[in-house]
Design a protein around this ligand. Structure first.
Ligand code: MG
Length: 241
């Protein structure tokens, strides 16, 4: 026997129908912003003054120059890496190319030779940093490329001397207990706020020669490349995802 008070679906008020699809838990954590607009849950890897969160890849202290709120590659001193290891992250990094685009002999630097560096996730997977402003090179090696794997959707490079940004979401690869790839790494990247990589799958460790492959690994450092050119970086922070 049905209660005479029961309402049929047609008789429920709209606000009650709407409530059925409301989800109240969990409540997202609140993020606030400091004076530099850095989110409160970010890990600041470089604040413009201290290299305390970094070390040389060859161990030992970093020999890059810190000046005027930026760190600059000192050619030949080697790549640097974060002391902390990371898995999935959202990274913000700003970089600037030197205005000099000629070598000591006054010859124009071209292609991959024009102020090259790189941001390597987990020390392995590179988003290219290059002066791609009026500088032709292979498309999968220009600024914003997942080096030798994915061509950027557009060339959003600013002129030498201007600060530019990368905002990148990196999802680490997953491996099973036998060390076989379970899920490839993915990258979504914005260059100066413009989408250049839209959730692309990384094919393996960045290689200059030959096809990329995966070898099982755990969380690892963020690495910045010394490719022999005085490229500058500042305002580096990331959020663990
Ligand atoms: Mg590079």
């Amino acid at each position: 026997m049905f209660s005479s008070l029961a309402l049929s679906a047609d008789e429920i008020a709209d606000w009650q129908k709407a409530e059925i699809t409301e989800v109240w838990q969990p409540v997202p954590e609140t993020v606030t912003f400091d004076q530099n607009n850095i989110p409160s849950d970010a890990i600041i890897l470089f604040d413009g003054t201290s290299l305390s969160n970094w070390q040389s890849v060859d161990q030992g202290p970093v020999k890059w120059q810190v000046k005027d709120g930026a760190m600059t590659v000192v050619a030949g001193t080697g790549d640097i890496k974060s002391k902390e290891a990371f898995c999935d992250v959202q990274l913000h990094v700003e970089w600037k190319m030197p205005t000099q685009v000629t070598n000591d002999k006054g010859e124009l630097l071209t292609g991959q030779g024009r102020n090259n560096s790189g941001v390597f996730f987990q020390q392995r997977y590179e988003i290219q940093v290059l002066d791609s402003y009026n500088n032709k090179t292979y498309s999968n090696g220009q600024a914003g490329a997942v080096y030798k794997q994915h061509i950027p959707l557009v060339n959003a490079t600013k002129a030498p001397g201007e600060w530019q940004s990368y905002d990148i979401v990196f999802t680490a690869p997953l491996f099973n207990d036998a060390g076989r790839l379970k899920a490839p790494a993915t990258i979504t990247a914005f260059h100066n706020g413009v989408l250049v990589q839209n959730h692309v799958e990384i094919q393996g460790v960045t290689e200059w020669i030959g096809a990329p492959t995966y070898t099982a690994h755990g969380c690892d450092s963020l690495r910045l490349q010394d490719h022999g050119n005085p490229v500058s970086f500042r305002n580096i922070w990331l959020r663990k995802l």
